[in-house]
Write a protein that binds this ligand. Structure first.
Ligand code: SF4
Length: 350
C-alpha cells in the first residue's frame, strides 16, 4: 500500500529540487495576484500568460483598481488571451470582493469559491498559496498524475471518477507545506507526467506508479467518451420521365421545411426497385448525419415514401438552370442541387 506520507515526501522533495520557483506570481502572498494568475492559467500556457499578467497588474495594481475599471478596459487588456468569460467573471469577482468582503480577499476556500469563475480547485490553490490553508487542488495536471499513480480509470467528467480523484487529492494533501506540495503536483503534471510521452524516468513517483507498473500509462487517465452522432439513412428516389423529375415539397417546419427534395424513404424498409444506384454520400446537419443513397427509379413505389406532402414534375433542364443560377424561384437544398447536377446524359435519356 502506498502511504500518503510517502507520496507527499516524494512530491515535496521533487519541488525542492526541481520545482518552478521563479514565475512572476510566485514568491508573493498577495491573494489578488495569486487569484489573477490562477484564472489566467486556466486553459492557457504559462508563457502566454506572463505578458498579460504583467500588463494587467501594471494597469490594475490592486483588486480595488480592477473593481473600479470599466468592463471595456478589462476586456481590452484581456484581448487575445481567449475564454473571455474569465475576464467578465474576474471583473465581477473584484466588485464582489470590494462590496461584500470590504475589499479583503476571502481566506476560506468555501468563501473563495463563491466568487464568480472560481471553482473548488482554484479556491484550494488560492487558499493554499496565499493563506497557507491545507486545501487540496485538482486541476487537469493533478488529475492526470493521480489517475496514473493510483490507477483511477474512467473520464474525470464522470461524477464517480471525479469523486475518487478528489478523495485521493484530499487524502494526499499534507497539512504542512501545502503550498509547496500543491505547486509540485502542478509542476509534475505540467513538466513530467505530461499527457503524451511522460518522462517516467525522471518521475519521483515511478516506483509505485500504478500506470507505469501495469503498462497503463497511455490508457490513463480515461478519455472523454466520444459521442456517436446519430445517423439517418435514406434513399432518394430519382424518378425521371421525359426529361422531367419528380420532386416533393417538404412540410413547412422541420429540416429543409418548404424546400423541394427528391421523394425520400428510410433505408430500414425494403430497397425499392431501381434502375441504377448513384454515388451515396453523407450530409452533415448540426445534430445528425444524413446518409443518402440516390436511386434512379422508373416509378415511385406506392408505399414507404416519407412525408408525401406535395409532388410536382419539374423539367430537368429547368432545375439544372435553377441550380446553376442559384435563383430563388424554387428552393432546393444544396445536396439536392448537387445530385441534380450529377445526373449524367445517360440519366437524361431515360
Ligand atoms: S511514473 Fe510516469 S505515469 Fe507515473 S506519475 Fe510518473 S510520469 Fe506519470
Amino acid at each position: 500500500m502506498w502511504l500518503a506520507t510517502d507520496f507527499q515526501q516524494k512530491v515535496i522533495h521533487y519541488y525542492r529540487q526541481h520545482g518552478r520557483k521563479h514565475l512572476p506570481w510566485q514568491g508573493t502572498k498577495d491573494p489578488y495576484r495569486i487569484w489573477l494568475s490562477e484564472i489566467m492559467l486556466q486553459q492557457t500556457q504559462v508563457t502566454t500568460v506572463i505578458p498579460y499578467y504583467e500588463n494587467f497588474l501594471q494597469r490594475f495594481p490592486t483588486i480595488i483598481d480592477l473593481a473600479e475599471a470599466t468592463s471595456d478596459e478589462v476586456m481590452h487588456l484581456w484581448s487575445g488571451l481567449g475564454y473571455y468569460s474569465r475576464a467578465r467573471n474576474l471583473h465581477q469577482a473584484a466588485k464582489m470582493v470590494v462590496e461584500e468582503f470590504n475589499g479583503h480577499f476571502p481566506q476560506n476556500p468555501a468563501e473563495i469559491e463563491t466568487l464568480p469563475g472560481v471553482g473548488r480547485s482554484t479556491a484550494g490553490a488560492i487558499a493554499a498559496f496565499a493563506f497557507d490553508e491545507p486545501s487540496a487542488i485538482l486541476d487537469g495536471n493533478v488529475k492526470r498524475v493521480l489517475a496514473r499513480c493510483y490507477g483511477i480509470d474512467g473520464w474525470a467528467g464522470k461524477s464517480s471518477v471525479l469523486k475518487a480523484l478528489w478523495l485521493r487529492a484530499e487524502e494526499n494533501t499534507p497539512k504542512k507545506d501545502t503550498a509547496q506540495y500543491n505547486q509540485a503536483m502542478m509542476d509534475l503534471g505540467a513538466v513530467v507526467c505530461t499527457r503524451t510521452k511522460p518522462k517516467c524516468n525522471q518521475c519521483p513517483l515511478s516506483e509505485q506508479c500504478y500506470a507505469l507498473q501495469h503498462d497503463q500509462v497511455a490508457q490513463l487517465p480515461g478519455k472523454k467518451p466520444k459521442k456517436t452522432r446519430p445517423k439517418r439513412s435514406v434513399y432518394w428516389l430519382i424518378c425521371l420521365e421525359n426529361a422531367q423529375v419528380i420532386l416533393h415539397k417538404r412540410p413547412p417546419s422541420g429540416i429543409w421545411g418548404g424546400l423541394w427534395c427528391f421523394p425520400e424513404m428510410e433505408q430500414s424498409v425494403e430497397e425499392p426497385i431501381h434502375e441504377q444506384k448513384l454515388d451515396s454520400f453523407i450530409h452533415k446537419f448540426s445534430h445528425y448525419d444524413l446518409e443518402v443513397q440516390p436511386l434512379l427509379v422508373k416509378k415511385l413505389p406506392n408505399t414507404g415514401i416519407m412525408e408525401p406532402n406535395e409532388f410536382n414534375h419539374f423539367a430537368l433542364d429547368f432545375l439544372l438552370k435553377k441550380t446553376q443560377q442559384k435563383t430563388a424561384e424554387i428552393g432546393l437544398p444544396t445536396p439536392v442541387s448537387k445530385v441534380l447536377a450529377s445526373l449524367d446524359s445517360q440519366s437524361l435519356k431515360t
